[in-house]
Design a protein around this ligand. Structure first.
Ligand code: GLP
Length: 245
């Protein structure tokens, strides 16, 4: 596991965007696993800048980590709307190649199976992750056991409170989500986890230097051969300066 720390989120985003560009230009049909939340926004803005400077996403397939159950694509709080707004509207991606779980599917189990089939056909070259304050990745919440594949999850109170900043209040935050499972995330050939701000420092420390535990889903990244944590100083404040595990 590599750890890179930067003075500012903006500098971290430039570094991460360069790693993304390297994958895009080296593969003929690159597959990116993408994340939502506040954290990847600076990365996406940087990628939009790279696109304006000539980077094409025309051959890129994207597969997002998760989606709220019950929010339609045109609901501004859906992760589908987030991706459209924060990235897809401003790059040349073919939207037929941009995959999201459908949180409004009538049969959610069938929807999870559909998503797993997409993941089988398109192995992820580079997975972008954020991290929840409780160490969750995607919507894989701390639990006694973790699921391998795409599944429906009941969101923890802590996550609903944290994510309520995007909604009018906590009551508007859906209680369930569809998320890729841990094994699907760990199958990615290369993983970049982004974390910014002091409120992520504990989760980062547990993920990088704690025991591997289902209580901290991100700690399983220690078992992956090709992971880079891209942090600002605040998020890295509880780990040593030369943290390479
Ligand atoms: C959500 C998403 C995660 C994200 C986490 C942190 O729960 N499902 O993918 O990493 O929030 O979000 P933020 O970046 O807004 O702190």
């Amino acid at each position: 596991m590599r750890v890179r720390r930067f003075c500012t989120e903006a500098m971290a985003a430039v570094y991460a965007a360069t790693l993304v560009e390297n994958v895009i230009v080296q593969k003929t049909s690159p597959v990116l696993g993408l994340a939502t939340g506040a954290t990847p926004k600076t990365l996406y803005r940087q990628l939009i800048d790279f696109h304006r400077q000539g980077l094409s996403f025309a051959q890129v397939t994207t597969i997002n980590l998760d989606e709220y159950v019950g929010l339609a694509k045109d609901n501004p709080n859906s992760y589908s709307a987030f991706m459209q707004r924060e990235l897809y509207d401003q790059i040349d991606i073919d939207l037929d190649h941009a995959h999201m779980p459908d949180g409004t599917a009538v049969d959610l189990e069938q929807e999870c199976a559909r998503y797993d089939a997409i993941l089988e056909v398109h192995p992820i070259d580079l997975q972008i992750l954020g991290i929840g304050r409780n160490g969750h990745i995607g919507f894989n919440e701390p639990d006694a056991s973790l699921r391998r594949r795409t599944h429906v999850v009941t969101l923890s109170d802590e996550t609903r409170v944290a994510n309520s900043r995007f909604f009018e209040d906590k009551s508007g935050v859906p209680r369930q989500a569809i998320t890729m499972g841990l094994e699907s995330i760990l199958r990615a050939k290369f993983i970049i986890l982004l974390a910014f701000g002091r409120e992520k420092a504990h989760a980062v420390r547990s993920a990088v230097a704690g025991d591997i535990s289902t209580k901290v889903p991100a700690s399983f990244l220690q078992m992956h051969p090709n992971v880079t944590f891209v942090l600002d100083d605040a998020a890295a404040s509880l780990i040593g300066r030369n943290a390479t595990v």
